[in-house]
Design a protein around this ligand. Structure first.
Ligand code: OOG
Ligand code: NI
Length: 463
């Protein structure tokens, strides 16, 4: 038997994210407009800031800038979620993090499927924020049963996608033509359907409980509801969206603009009202799909994150109802307390860093003591430290995005219902802890530095 050559999961993910972007641009032309604006702003940012360009280049982030994006879908049942886990595994995407949105009045909990190792992230960090509807939070038993009966009727995967997922699991990979077919079949799960699976009355009843429930339950599949390119200047894109014909959400979510960007800032153009046909031929509309942008900064340690959460909570109370400019000013004031230099972030253990030997370090490293403190090595210019980029999401921001696109309706009654065990049971696997991933990256980089120094000083002694 001849041995089959497999396409790497990175390559399949890259093909899929490309195909999904092409499909979404055709479905939602305004997303194409957003992509053009982001591209233009990124070019301007790079031209205006050669230091930033150089840094992105040497961090290997310039190459991924144009391919980088995330998307989001929402599913209705445990089976759908578990199968998605297997589908994303074909593309090297693992469930990372647990997000409880019930806290923000949205009856879902979620994870992000994404690549986890460094090389895969550099190739294409495509992520999909995936929410599972929590029917158990619906109060009316009748509506709950109605919704689960409707969901039980649908299969969101094509037979071809199911076959190829199994084939991938059995063979341990896919050949080139199989990979292309997988991308084509998997895409169907993410496609938009103009025809709802229910009549208008059912749609209306679910909508009144929560707009999100109608979005998840009433269609044949979990249509991709947004895609999100990465920008180097989110404030600029937010300002220019209106002139480019888009309707931006009121405020940028996340931390304020800073010298050393942290975590994740996000904004979007608001969901469009689209024509749908209900069972019984009733024409109507549904509002779910939008376009988003993000600007990423440093991954924070647990200590940094606790500080972020505290300052954000204070600022949000003060900023309620303000327009974006005033909102950003209020955030900036609150975040004055958050150190804003790389040295401080590092010394105070607020962010994760990637440590490397510098050219000088490679030449002169032999002279330094083997267990000299990292900070001392940095001061002598032998080691460099770069913040590790945050690859995940933020629950408060995600809630803000959900709400701006769902017409603001939120339910306090859902709050305080985090249930990670139930989510993992539905998923059929544990979610990876994102902080552990960053900590491991940092530790590996320190180990590499130490090993190089040890080798250099050994060479010196032996020579
Ligand atoms: C997901 C919203 C969360 C993000 O970027 O935080 C999200 C959704 O609307 O389904 O995508
Ligand atoms: Ni998003």
């Amino acid at each position: 038997m001849s041995r089959m050559t497999f396409v790497s999961s990175d390559e399949i993910r890259n093909r899929f994210s490309q195909a999904l972007s092409t499909m979404y641009q055709a479905e939602v032309p305004q997303y194409g407009t957003l992509l053009e604006l982001v591209e233009q702003v990124n070019q301007e940012a790079l031209a205006a800031n050669p230091a930033l360009a150089g840094r992105l280049e040497s961090d290997g982030e310039l190459g991924r800038l144009d391919v980088e994006r995330h998307g989001a879908i929402r599913v209705g049942t445990a089976e759908e979620l578990a199968m998605l886990r297997r589908l994303f595994a074909v593309m090297g995407m693992r469930p990372v993090g647990y997000y409880d949105l019930s806290e923000a009045g949205v009856p879902v909990h979620a994870t992000a499927f994404r690549p986890i190792d460094d090389a895969a992230l550099k190739r294409n960090p495509f992520r999909v924020f995936t929410s599972l509807l929590r029917l158990e939070l619906i109060e009316s038993a009748e509506l709950r049963e109605r919704a689960s009966a409707i969901l039980a009727e649908r299969d969101i995967f094509t037979p071809g996608a199911r076959e190829l997922i199994v084939l991938h699991e059995e063979q341990g990979g896919l050949s080139d033509p199989q990979a292309d077919r997988f991308v084509e079949e998997a895409l169907e799960t993410f496609r938009w359907h103009h025809d709802a699976t229910v009549d208008h009355k059912t749609y209306q009843a679910l909508l009144e409980e929560h707009r999100l429930i109608a979005d998840v339950v009433c269609f044949r599949g979990p249509h991709i509801n947004h895609l999100t390119p990465r920008t180097l200047n989110i404030d600029d894109v937010q300002r220019r969206m209106t002139d480019a014909g888009m309707n931006p959400k009121a405020v940028i979510e996340g931390p304020p603009r800073r010298n050393c960007p942290i975590l994740l800032r996000q904004t979007s153009f608001k969901a469009l009202e689209e024509q749908v046909r209900f069972n019984g031929e009733h024409q109507g509309t549904h509002t779910a799909r939008f376009g988003e942008i993000e600007q990423r900064g440093a991954a924070l340690t647990a200590k940094g994150r606790a500080l972020y959460d505290r300052l954000l909570a204070t600022a949000r109370k003060q900023a309620a109802g303000l327009d974006n400019d005033a909102h950003q000013r209020t955030l900036a004031e609150a975040f004055a307390e958050f150190p804003d230099s790389e040295t401080q972030l590092r010394r105070e253990g607020l962010a994760f860093f990637d440590y490397r030997l510098t050219d000088k370090g490679r030449e002169e490293g032999a002279e330094c003591g083997e267990d000299e403190e990292l900070e001392a090595l940095i001061e002598q210019g032998l080691v460099s430290a770069r913040p590790i980029t945050y690859e995940d999401f933020l629950p408060v921001s995600a809630a803000g995005i959900f709400q701006s696109n769902l017409g603001g309706g939120s339910h306090d009654t859902y709050a305080g219902n985090a249930n990670r065990e139930a989510f993992e049971a539905a998923l059929g696997a544990p979610v990876t802890d994102e902080l552990a991933l960053y900590a491991a990256l940092e530790q590996r980089s320190i180990k590499r530095v130490r090993e190089c120094l040890a080798k250099a000083s050994k060479l010196e002694i032996d020579g």
